[in-house]
Design a protein around this ligand. Structure first.
Ligand SMILES: NC(=O)c1ccc[n+]([C@@H]2O[C@H](COP(=O)([O-])OP(=O)(O)OC[C@H]3O[C@@H](n4cnc5c(N)ncnc54)[C@H](O)[C@@H]3O)[C@@H](O)[C@H]2O)c1
Length: 396
């Protein structure tokens, strides 16, 4: 019998995970909730699954009938309040990125996990593609030496038609998302490969004329933001949020003093490049540059899922956590470390690169300083409540 009774909240992106969960005998897809459910759910294969438009009804049905976990794929900036509600109702939570959209929410999320003892995992998927797993394996084996520098870049642009499709509604989050906020696909892999977290962030954003033309309905018309960070363990890292830079989709690089690894960008698709100095090259190895084809036991299943195997492995991580008790890498503390870096990175952009310390949310004293900090660029559904700009000031 399936031991995981999972409800899915948000059936747009959520549909990719619905498909994957249906393939797992240990997961019982228990209920689905989306206010636009009629447009999103395939009645054939999902005919038997209870469907809801309202989260509270979905939750109370779940509570009464034994649902024990919820997967959040609702709006990007509204994950924390729903995660908190679900944990307070006794459910474990698996959340799409980002974990929290204000520093106040970071504190509340951490404290709800601690108070309720519920399981919480951020479902960031990019660290679990074949290339990132290979880079992590090489770093874990110590082959890189002392870690000196890392970079993560995630570029995802689109034409007007695609941007319109992805931004349904005047106050949809994608129209108000500052360029630092969507950073888990660039920072997540770096944190996972190097087992570090962000300690300080200083960032800059760049104006885009092309996006400025869309400013009437896309208020976040910067084209890119770059964050330069001091990481735990002394390494420095540079990464983007989601950018509109005319460049390859993604690129990742981690350099130690002995060896360096990279993937994406000009490295052939699906491969990892490893580099050594002549004087640090392993004995007996002829070349100081290798192109490696990562391969893992679950390759075939992973490749049939989305994002280079990442989505499949997120589902496996959910199972490992709920069934075997294996703690996920992206626990609540690392999840809010990423959210807080995005939030403070944006403040840094607005202040010409001012350096911000990212609170360590494990430390209760550091939480106090930001407990009431609810600055946000996101308006509510009536267009009210945004307290930060979504783009740099720009004078024509
Ligand atoms: N990890 C990845 O590769 C990846 C890819 C795409 C999207 N995402 C993430 O998934 C999340 C959802 O993004 P999306 O692309 O599906 O677009 P979206 O945010 O527009 O879709 C959210 C869905 O949730 C529903 N919803 C939101 N609030 C609701 C509420 N209060 N009650 C009922 N239904 C509600 C909406 O109707 C919509 O169908 C975002 O956090 C996004 O960052 C992640």
């Amino acid at each position: 019998m399936a031991s995981i009774k999972m409800g899915v909240f948000g059936a747009w992106r959520g549909n990719s995970y619905i498909d994957l969960m249906l393939r797992e005998p240990e997961i019982d897809l228990f209920a689905i909730c989306d206010k636009n459910i009629d447009n999103l759910c395939d009645d054939g294969k999902l005919a038997e699954i209870p469907k809801f438009r309202d989260f509270d009804e979905f939750l109370s049905y779940g509570k009464e009938n034994g649902m024990n976990a919820v997967f959040l794929a609702n709006y990007f900036h509204q994950h924390a309040p729903f995660a908190i509600k679900a944990m307070n109702a006794g459910l474990d939570v698996f959340s799409e990125c980002t974990a929290a959209s204000t520093l106040k929410e970071c504190v509340e999320l951490v404290e709800t996990v601690e108070k309720t003892g519920r399981k919480y995992m951020l479902c960031e998927n990019y660290p679990f593609s074949n290339e990132m797993l290979k880079m992590e394996e090489i770093a874990r084996e110590g082959a890189l030496g002392s870690l000196l520098y890392a970079e993560g870049e995630y570029n995802h642009s689109g034409g007007n038609e695609e941007l319109r499709r992805l931004t349904p509604g005047r106050y949809h989050w994608r129209a108000w998302l500052p360029r630092t906020y969507y950073l888990t696909h660039s920072l997540g892999p770096i944190m996972y490969i190097t087992k570090t977290e962000v300690r300080y962030v200083s960032a800059r954003a760049s104006h885009s004329d092309l996006l400025y033309e869309l400013r009437e309905w896309r208020h976040n018309y910067d084209g890119a933001a770059h964050m330069l960070c001091e990481m735990s363990g002394g390494m420095t890292a540079r990464f983007t949020g989601c950018t509109a830079m005319a460049s390859d989709y993604g690129r990742y690089r981690v350099c130690g003093d002995i060896s360096g690894v990279e993937a994406g960008g000009y490295i052939p698709g699906g491969k990892v490049r490893q580099f050594w100095h002549e004087h640090t090259k392993p004995d007996g190895q002829n070349e100081n540059v290798l192109l490696i084809d990562p391969a893992f036991d679950d390759d075939k299943k992973a490749k049939n899922a989305g994002h280079g195997g990442g989505d499949y492995r997120v589902v496996q991580n959910i199972k490992d956590y709920l069934i075997c008790g294996k703690e996920p890498f992206f626990d609540v503390y690392r999840a809010v470390n990423m959210s807080a870096t995005a939030i403070l990175g944006w403040r840094s952009c607005l202040n010409h690169g001012e350096n911000f310390k990212v609170p360590d949310f494990r430390n209760k004293e550091e939480r106090e300083a930001v407990r009431d900090d609810d600055l946000t660029p996101f308006p509510d559904e009536n267009g009210e409540g945004a307290t930060l700009p979504a783009a740099l000031p720009f004078e024509e």
